[in-house]
Design a protein around this ligand. Structure first.
Ligand code: UGA
Length: 445
């Protein structure tokens, strides 16, 4: 197959990482944004967010001419054969998704299609609730292009499953490909692209209709969130049982092949731009259909309560939090990213501040994003030692590799009171309990 030229609308995590993945494999790829600063930065090989190995890969594909970013969406569509829509679908106040970016990009793509005489495939990659591709994207494409979906242009929904922190690896090595197709030709065109892209390593591919593909994405994230809230529920039970340990319980059940060990790390709950938003959106969507998804509501509630455990533990150890110095290690919603969206550090720090505590926080990459959330309400340390100096208590919020390597002495030698709360279960309780006042999520005292 002659390599298709690809355009991608949106330069967020999914858009940029997908574009780099295509360009790395030798596809001429054009990303587009309306933000001139972003475009300049990408064209200089500088990503606008932190992601391991992204900068090196971006520099390489920009240098060798396989990837460029344009402000002109029409040019991107006219010069390529397939366009992926990877714009954000943020939450509205009621939890349902806001389709404004999808609508705007679709209209622009359609206006370009109006000027094109060859077949073009449009692929929705953004997370959208079932029905969106058929009922929102398709009519807009047909109206503004004055063309017919299925014959003049194709339409697919192809959800993305990459994780922040390992986005490029995930884009190059997916577990599966889901193709929701408007018609057979659209599905054939997208499947051919992926067969060319992955070659012998093409993962299992499911072809289905558009709403089923859209629902697979929500079901996937809702299931991951459910696993986390489930294990956190068992962790909370463990804490009431002397000597019970959630990490061993998780290992024990994870060895059952029907359960599997992944996403069974108990902690302070899930954050990020996807799991919280998608669970909320699926609940709102189901409610609109007249169905109350009680289990998903509970998953959400467990997650909202989970950060409180860290604060309660601090209170238990210090009696009161007023004027106490608390060191927070890790701010981002998970390691290997500077993303602070829905990070569990936010409710934890806000609650500690409400109780009158003084916070000094350290994160290897997220400090600058954290500053736009907490401003000068907290102190930002530039190293672990600086954060721990004279602290009365330390809470581990994000399991960065750098924090996993700490020894009990790093805490005892720097803190005023060596009280450590392991919110992500990264330390060996036996070793740490001998030298510190150690307490952890899911550990019976
Ligand atoms: C998630 C999904 O994992 C991806 O498959 C999906 O493509 C993406 O959302 C998306 O919809 O775009 P991501 O948000 O990057 O990816 O991060 P996850 O690795 O899923 O972690 C989410 C949260 O769950 C983090 O706060 C993490 O600390 C927490 N988590 C994860 C746990 O508390 N325990 C675990 O065992 C695993």
């Amino acid at each position: 197959m002659t390599q298709q030229r690809i355009s991608i609308v949106g330069t967020g995590y999914v858009g940029l990482c997908t574009a780099i993945a295509f360009a790395t494999k030798g596809y001429k790829t054009i990303t587009s944004t309306h933000n001139p600063e972003k475009a300049t930065s990408i064209n200089k090989g500088i990503p606008t967010f932190y992601e391991p190995k992204l900068r090196e890969s971006l520099q390489q594909v920009v240098r060798n001419g396989y990837l460029k970013c344009t402000l002109d969406r029409k040019e991107a569509v006219l010069n390529t054969a397939i366009t992926f829509i990877a714009t954000a679908t943020p939450s509205k106040p009621n939890g349902s998704i806001n389709l404004q970016h999808i609508r705007n990009s679709t209209r622009e793509i359609a206006e370009a299609l109006n000027k094109k005489d060859t077949y073009h495939l449009v692929v929705v990659k953004s997370t959208v609730v079932p029905g969106t591709t058929e009922k929102v994207v398709k009519p807009l494409l047909e109206k503004h292009s004055n063309k017919h979906c299925g014959s003049d242009f194709g339409l697919c929904m192809n959800p993305e499953f990459l994780r922040e922190g390992s986005a490029l690896h995930d884009a190059l090595n997916p577990d599966r490909i889901i193709i929701g197709e408007h018609d057979k030709k659209s599905g054939d065109t997208l499947e051919a692209l992926y067969r060319d892209f992955y070659g012998d390593k093409t993962p299992p591919t499911i072809r289905t209709n558009l709403p089923t593909a859209e629902l697979i994405k929500y079901a996937n994230n809702a299931f991951l969130a459910t696993k986390i809230s489930f294990i956190n529920t068992i962790a909370n039970i463990c804490e009431k049982i002397p000597e019970a340990d959630i990490t061993i319980v998780a290992k024990g059940i994870g060895l059952d092949q029907r359960i599997n060990p992944q996403f069974l790390n108990a902690g302070l709950g899930y954050g990020g731009s996807c799991l919280p938003k998608d669970v909320k959106a699926l609940i709102a969507f189901s409610n609109q259909l007249g169905y109350t998804p009680a289990m998903l509501q509970e998953v959400q509630e467990v997650n909202e309560n989970q950060p409180r455990h860290a604060v309660e533990k601090a209170k238990e150890k210090l009696t009161e939090l007023k004027d106490k110095k608390i060191a927070i290690l890790g701010l981002s919603f998970k390691p290997n990213t500077d993303d602070m969206r829905e990070a569990r550090s936010i409710p934890i720090i806000n609650q500690l501040l409400n109780e009158g505590a003084n916070i000094t926080a350290y994160d290897p990459f997220a400090t600058s994003n954290a500053k736009s959330i907490f401003g000068n309400k907290i102190t930002y340390a530039s190293s672990v030692v600086e954060a721990l100096k004279n602290a009365d208590c330390c809470i581990i919020v994000t399991e960065w590799q750098e924090l996993k390597a700490l020894k009990p002495e790093d805490f005892t030698q720097n803190m005023r009171k060596p009280i450590l709360i392991d919110g992500r279960r990264i330390y060996n309780p036996e070793e740490f309990s001998q030298k510190l006042k150690f307490t952890a999520i899911g550990l019976g005292q």
